[in-house]
Design a protein around this ligand. Structure first.
Ligand SMILES: C[S@@+](CC[C@H](N)C(=O)[O-])C[C@H]1O[C@@H](n2cnc3c(N)ncnc32)[C@H](O)[C@@H]1O
Length: 252
């Protein structure tokens, strides 16, 4: 299995991220009483962990991520509130182990980094209590096609072999096969236009190509990102989001 990647957490947080809206959308689809324990899968810098804490006055969040830089930024952001957060550095390609099952799982912009969704969903079902809800969004089929085309034109397979942008039906089948019911999955186009030039290039470098850029020698990264940017029309990232809501069945 390939190594876990580090993310540039401070540049990431400084960008105009569509992830803010995606995170709010996920939380809107997650009904909570306020005393539950919720797993934030691929929590990154903790933006949604913080929103979850606000909605869980007597609950807990388990914040899981594979990037130590992202988790360090989360700990800064949530300083003073960490008594209700378990911060876990883990590779979610591997089965998760938690001391007790969680009441719900939320995940934003993470699952498309995981190649084997059957294995991931099996792992998530195993740490979710029966009746618990899974609410996820990530890249779906067709996501950032213009970026993939640009990489193809440049003859470079950076993220292409790592991203797993899946279709609705195969996701439904995968979830049901491992014990989820009440499954709803949809694909939603959500393009975002950035300012051409520095902002677009920083966005591509940090958010879209992020970890994969490290495969290039340092001196080649900026010219490469500029070449990718030049091939994408209207400095627009053509996001297509896969939105999942499901419940772990009461009995298998
Ligand atoms: C695009 S960021 C999203 C972060 C956050 N949820 C947000 O919306 O801003 C993707 C996150 O997934 C994490 N990630 C990707 N692959 C992972 C893996 N195999 N194990 C654990 N975390 C992983 C990365 O470290 C990163 O923080």
């Amino acid at each position: 299995m390939t190594q876990l990647y580090e993310w540039d957490a401070s540049t990431y947080d400084a960008l105009p991220l569509p992830h803010l809206g995606w995170g709010r959308g996920v939380l809107d689809r997650l009904p909570l009483r306020g005393d539950e324990t919720v797993l934030d899968l691929g929590c990154g810098t903790g933006r949604d962990t913080e929103l979850l804490l606000d909605r869980l006055p007597s609950g807990h969040v388990i914040a899981v991520d594979g990037s130590r830089q992202m988790l360090a930024r989360l700990e800064e952001r949530l300083a003073g509130r960490l008594d209700r957060v378990d911060v876990l550095h883990a590779d979610i390609r591997e089965p998760l182990t938690l001391p007790t099952p969680v009441d719900a799982i939320a995940s934003v912009a993470t699952i498309h980094w995981i190649h084997d969704h059957d294995r991931l969903f099996t792992s998530l079902a195993s740490v979710l209590r029966p009746g618990g809800r899974l609410v996820v969004e990530g890249g779906g089929r067709g996501n950032i096609a213009a970026v993939s085309r640009a990489l193809g034109v440049l003859g470079v397979d950076l993220g292409g072999s790592k991203w797993n942008f899946r279709e609705v039906e195969e996701t439904v089948v995968s979830l049901k096969a491992v014990g989820f019911d009440d499954v709803e999955v949809e694909l939603r186009p959500d393009p975002i236009r950035l300012d051409a030039g520095a902002q677009f290039e920083a966005f591509l470098a940090t958010v879209v190509l992020g970890p994969d850029l490290r495969e290039l020698p340092a001196a080649e990264r900026a010219p490469f990102v500029r070449a990718v940017a030049a091939l994408i029309p209207d400095s627009t990232i053509d996001y297509v989001r896969l939105q999942i809501s499901a419940r772990r069945a009461e009995s298998p």
